[in-house]
Design a protein around this ligand. Structure first.
Ligand SMILES: Cc1cc2nc3c(=O)[nH]c(=O)nc-3n(C[C@H](O)[C@H](O)[C@H](O)COP(=O)(O)O)c2cc1C
Length: 371
């Protein structure tokens, strides 16, 4: 199937502008998601074998999730499990609806299997996403696999008011997600990455945990796991501060990493052009940097803070490397664009075989073996 995608479907998809192609695919998946029959066909073609992970008291059918940014509005929530993912992360969602940066804002560097994007959190806003998620539940189409929500800051909100913006979205969406990711690392909203500095971050985490506890009391349920997503460029001092705050505010984990603002050397003229665009780079050139961050966090925390590893996962070996570096769960975005819908099944099947052939009892026994 992936050969069919690479030889016939991908060239056709890649003739289109990358954001238009993305929107068409999400539109098709959104339609498919409304029909149990169609999602079961997708499941027959693409579902992954079981490779269970239990984390945050949640059961993940396998450790590979769809990363934030792919399904910004929760339009295709039921389909991600059908095409093999063990969990999904919806969003980035902001408190206010916003259209994002001017187009074009997503570019393919095909020769190097990379994307540059400066989307700028285009999304329908927390209330509308809440309605969408409620609708999936009301229709009985909610997946068995966990669903997380990635929270961003609205463009119109000043950095000092960020705590209200993040906690406002959290309150609106609290009921529906299994976990939340506080995203302070997108390069595409002016000043957002400054929120990784501890004085800003402390007030955001404080506000979000207060809201989390308030909602948990109101709904008579446990507080939801809150994670933080970080940039691959974060230096050791900032990282140490963030790890301290994770302890202080009882966060459940770290998502490492978001896209990079750095650019690799390239001889390919199209890639050169794409790399000169402003925005965050994802895909193969991000892979090793992201794995290094995972390994560093794993060592700094003695493996005590769960990590979701993301950045440049295309193959079974890439996925294994991230887990062996210290990731409990992994995610991908760019790999799906370049390798097509068979990628999740292929990676999860490969991980399962390797767990058995190397004599491990479960995939969780692989976490951190190389760090
Ligand atoms: C077009 C696009 C939009 C993205 N939007 C978000 C977002 O809204 N929130 C977020 O935390 N990460 C976002 N990301 C980053 C991905 O979740 C992921 O961290 C990054 O792409 C690295 O993974 P990959 O190499 O598998 O793509 C986006 C990535 C792309 C390519």
């Amino acid at each position: 199937m992936s050969l069919l995608y690479r030889t016939i479907l991908r060239p056709a998809v890649f003739l289109q502008d990358s954001e238009k192609a993305h929107n068409r695919i999400i539109f098709a998946l959104a339609k498919t998601s409304r029909s149990r029959f169609l999602t079961s066909i997708l499941g027959n073609l693409y579902s992954s074998p079981e490779l269970p992970v239990n984390l945050f008291d949640l059961d993940f059918p396998n450790p590979l999730g769809i990363a934030a940014g792919m399904d910004k509005n929760g339009a295709a929530v039921p389909s991600w499990q059908s095409i093999g993912y063990g969990f999904s992360e919806i969003g980035g969602v902001t408190l206010h609806e916003q259209s994002g940066n001017p187009k074009p804002r997503m570019f393919r560097a095909t020769a190097e299997k990379a994307l540059v994007n400066r989307m700028g959190f285009n999304n329908i806003g927390a209330s509308a996403v809440n309605n969408k998620l409620k609708d999936w539940k009301d229709r009985g189409l909610w997946p068995d696999s966990p669903v997380g929500i990635n929270l961003g800051k609205s463009k119109i909100t000043k950095l000092n008011d960020a705590p209200k913006d993040y906690s406002g979205s959290l309150e609106i969406l609290w009921k529906h997600a299994d976990f939340f990711v506080i995203n302070v690392s997108s390069p595409n909203t002016l000043g957002l990455r400054e929120l990784q500095q501890s004085e800003h971050l402390e007030s955001i985490l404080n506000a979000c945990q207060k809201t989390n506890n308030k909602c948990s009391k109101k709904e008579e349920k446990d507080p939801k796991p809150l994670l933080i997503k970080i940039a691959p460029e974060l230096d050791d001092n900032y990282l140490k501060d963030i790890i301290k705050l994770i302890g202080k505010y009882k966060l459940s984990g770290i998502v490492a990493t978001n896209t990079t603002i750095q650019r690799p050397e390239t001889k390919d003229s199209n890639c050169k052009k794409v790399y000169s665009e402003e925005g965050g780079l994802s895909g193969v050139p991000l892979r090793d940097r992201s794995t290094e961050m995972i390994s560093k966090i794993y060592k700094m925390t003695d493996g005590k803070v769960p990590i979701i590893g993301v950045g440049g996962i295309f193959t079974v070996d890439d996925a294994w490397e991230k887990i062996a570096a210290g990731a409990s769960l992994i995610q991908l975005y760019t790999g799906l664009v370049f390798e097509g819908p068979g990628i999740a099944r292929s990676i999860v099947s490969g991980l399962k075989k390797r767990v058995a052939s190397e004599g491990f009892e479960s995939i969780s026994d692989v976490i951190g073996i190389n760090s």
